[in-house]
Design a protein around this ligand. Structure first.
Ligand code: MRU
Length: 347
């Protein structure tokens, strides 16, 4: 896949592949201001925890570029407000907070430097976050590939692929690396209502790269597993608590519970930057609630009575006991997760 996030340092424009329009239309969404970046994250033009983090880092570059003419104390205040707004555009994915916090620390460490120097440091940092994310995905992909049984059919939920990261993907990174070693593996992509990340995005990117993928309705999961059609599950994560409880796209919990029932291994693939050691259990992870119209409409077509209330929780939390292992760039973390996570993250 071509890079879907690219920053042009000459024009100071961030180009995003508009994920709302895939798979039918490949359209470029141009962000010239930090407000454009905030709009893109909120409206899921770009989505997926690591991809949001990378995008936000370039958003910080645009913010500083816009505010640079302000004198120093006013610049500090204005930047603080703008970065806070950017950070709160989606609450669940910790990578968004992580990337902005990283940029903030650069800003404060260069407090007395000329603004042009801080801008140059921001740009370097954003490019580094982007390049590092691809490297991490490739590493965890290789590590995870060794867990995939020969000839397995792997179920995945949502899109944790190149489109959800800077490139290569976390869950789909594991699948890509496994496929390179064993071309007999197959993938089942759950459609992932209501935004359809599975049917629109996972199927699009796996088919582009020639990997064998079959689409399934979310509610087919139990039946497919009961028929012995799934040997392994691999999903991504938006935030992992210190005890291993994992927030990921709504529906992941159902897949994990079914995998447990049918004795199918269930893996989470995520970079260490997705682990939030400040949050002790999944109960403390904020869960985004989105516009009910995303559930009630398909594009511009209503698919339910217009006035019916609808739940639209964007994520759920899988308790750690249903997770066989968390695949990271430093190895596969296993239970007891408090200990394995503390060792991996805090040394
Ligand atoms: O609402 P989304 O599409 O941003 O949700 C994305 C997911 O839940 C992904 O599985 C997760 O961010 C991991 S992406 C590598």
């Amino acid at each position: 896949m071509h890079p879907h996030i690219s920053f042009d340092r000459h024009t100071m424009v961030l180009h995003l592949l508009d994920q709302r329009k895939l798979p039918l239309i490949e359209a470029d969404f141009c962000c010239k201001t930090v407000a454009d970046v905030q709009f893109a994250i909120k409206n899921m033009i770009v989505r997926g925890a690591p991809a949001i983090g990378v995008t936000a880092a370039f958003g910080c570059v645009l913010a500083l570029h816009e505010l640079a003419p302000l004198p120093k104390p006013a610049l500090d205040t204005a930047l603080h407000t703008v970065l806070y707004n950017l950070e709160t555009s989606r609450p669940t994915a910790i990578n968004l907070h992580w990337a902005i916090e990283h940029m903030r620390s650069i800003y404060y460490s260069l407090a007395h430097a000329p603004v042009e120097d801080i801008l140059a440091a921001f740009l370097d940092a954003a490019y580094n976050i982007q390049a590092e994310d691809i490297r991490i995905c490739e590493t965890l992909g290789q590590i995870g590939a060794s867990l995939i049984p020969q000839g397995a059919t792997i179920m995945t939920h949502c899109n944790a692929g190149a489109l959800a990261t800077a490139g290569y993907g976390t869950a789909l990174g594991v699948i890509r690396a496994a496929y390179a070693k064993d071309p007999t593996i197959k993938v089942i992509a759950n459609e992932t209502r209501p935004f359809l990340q599975g049917s629109r995005l996972t199927c699009y990117e796996l088919m582009q790269d020639g990997l064998p993928v079959t689409l399934a309705c979310d509610n087919a999961c139990a039946f497919l597993m009961s028929k012995g059609l799934v040997q392994c599950c691999v999903v991504g994560a938006d935030r992992i608590a210190a005890n291993g409880d994992t927030a990921n796209k709504i529906g992941t919990l159902g897949v994990a519970l079914l995998a447990h029932h049918f004795h199918i291994p269930f893996y989470v693939a995520a970079p260490l930057s997705t682990i939030d050691t400040q949050v002790t259990t999944g109960a403390n992870i904020p869960i985004e609630e989105r516009d009910p119209n995303e559930v009630k409409m398909l594009g511009n077509t209503p698919i339910s009575p217009l006035d019916v209330p609808a739940y639209n929780f964007a994520f759920d939390v899988t308790p750690n006991e249903y997770i066989t292992g968390i695949i990271t760039e430093v190895g596969v973390l296993t239970a007891p997760y408090d200990a394995s996570i503390a060792k991996a993250c805090l040394g």
